[in-house]
Ligand binder design. Sequence first.
Ligand SMILES: Nc1ncnc2c1ncn2[C@@H]1O[C@H](COP(=O)(O)OP(=O)(O)OP(=O)(O)O)[C@@H](O)[C@H]1O
Ligand SMILES: O=P(O)(O)OC[C@H]1O[C@H](OP(=O)(O)OP(=O)(O)O)[C@H](O)[C@@H]1O
Ligand SMILES: [Mg+2]
Length: 398
Amino acid sequence: MAQNNPAASRLLHSLRRPVICQPRQHVCRVHASLRQRENESAPATIKPVERKTLRLAVPSKGRMAEDTLQLLKDCQLSVYKPNPRQYVASISQMPQLEVWFQRASDVVRKLQYGDVDLGIVGFDMFSEIAGGRDSELVVLHDALDFGQCYLALGVPMGGKFAGINTLDELRSMPDWTETTPLRVVTGYHNVARRFFAANGFEHVVLLSADGALEAAPLMGSADIILDLVSTGITLRENNLKQIEGGRILDSQGVLVANRAALTSREGLLETVHELIERFEAHLKADKYYSVVANMRGDSPEQVASRIMTRETLKGLQGPTISPVYTLNDSDNGCAAQHGFYACVICVPKNCLYKSVKELREIGGSGVLVQPMTYIFDEEPARWRQLLDKLGITDFKAS
Ligand SMILES: Nc1ncnc2c1ncn2[C@@H]1O[C@H](COP(=O)(O)OP(=O)(O)OP(=O)(O)O)[C@@H](O)[C@H]1O
Ligand SMILES: O=P(O)(O)OC[C@H]1O[C@H](OP(=O)(O)OP(=O)(O)O)[C@H](O)[C@@H]1O
Ligand SMILES: [Mg+2]
């Protein structure tokens, strides 16, 4: 069938191309090949081109591209791209920063080479290309709240895998030998190599494919897959299951920087500070509603104490309580209404209805719910952690 179908035969062809073995060598010692590949993928020590501008690389296509631009927009950092076929754009609020559109894998490579200073990419891609640990690259924000997925093994539900439900069981199958290794198809060879080496798999061969990996076990061209999972539907629809111990790496969008650039490029730390502040303010606010309720009570303290007895109503710092003023009919003046207070709290979005019910239980009447746009903390913890990582003690953001 594959012979008559060009797409299928291309896939088969790519699946059959082993990447860690020589053409006639079928079995790999994953430990040895791990060392070899990591040296290979080490960034070349090429001196970056001189430039005055700062650069941020973002994914150029797919869901990560859309979500990255949306995040920047939500932080009042809309990206202006004059022409859809151009790869460089700008942000009017940050004129010092060029935005470069790149394939996700190239975002990481360009960061390694120092061609860009900052990049937004999935943690999966960062792990695959750069090893996933802070080294010459530094993760500035590890939870941008989009592109949530994870890398996991997908194992056939039936056949010889019917009784296989854990990583130990998979490893202990007698089928895997020098001549019949476990064939794993994946786009994440470095992650896979590290994972199988760390988990004591001896006879593994990694195969390549650019998409539709889930079809490979059914076709017979691989035993299992290692791919991204989000809802798990694609695995299920292709008769594949996840196994205990087979969830390899959790991923979402991250902001990464070139470490050397952080300490040498003029203005980069200030820009990073602003980006972290804006991202944190938006991402935090996105999880809350601002709730204003009129509360019955004898004093502000009494209302506050009642609110503080309820976990969902405590908000971020506790309630703000103020008098409610009404018009005085006799002289048209205003007077604080006795026994009534307005209270403002932040409520986690996922507890909204519970909070409204609790407010009513403790004397609330009208409840207004508003979206929260930004919550600026005094200093984001991630900024402090970055300064610690870089060993900077005397930086003052302007
Ligand atoms: N199903 C998914 N759910 C959430 N995030 C995902 C999912 N698949 C991939 N991602 C994230 O998106 C990144 C890009 O994925 P990918 O390269 O497959 O592009 P895409 O958005 O699916 O577009 P396409 O596959 O059509 O080129 C991945 O590195 C990962 O971080
Ligand atoms: O768990 P799920 O919600 O089903 O998502 C998982 C699927 O999503 C990604 O594929 P994508 O949709 O990006 O298609 P692609 O293979 O063409 O990249 C990934 O490679 C899986 O196949
Ligand atoms: Mg995809």
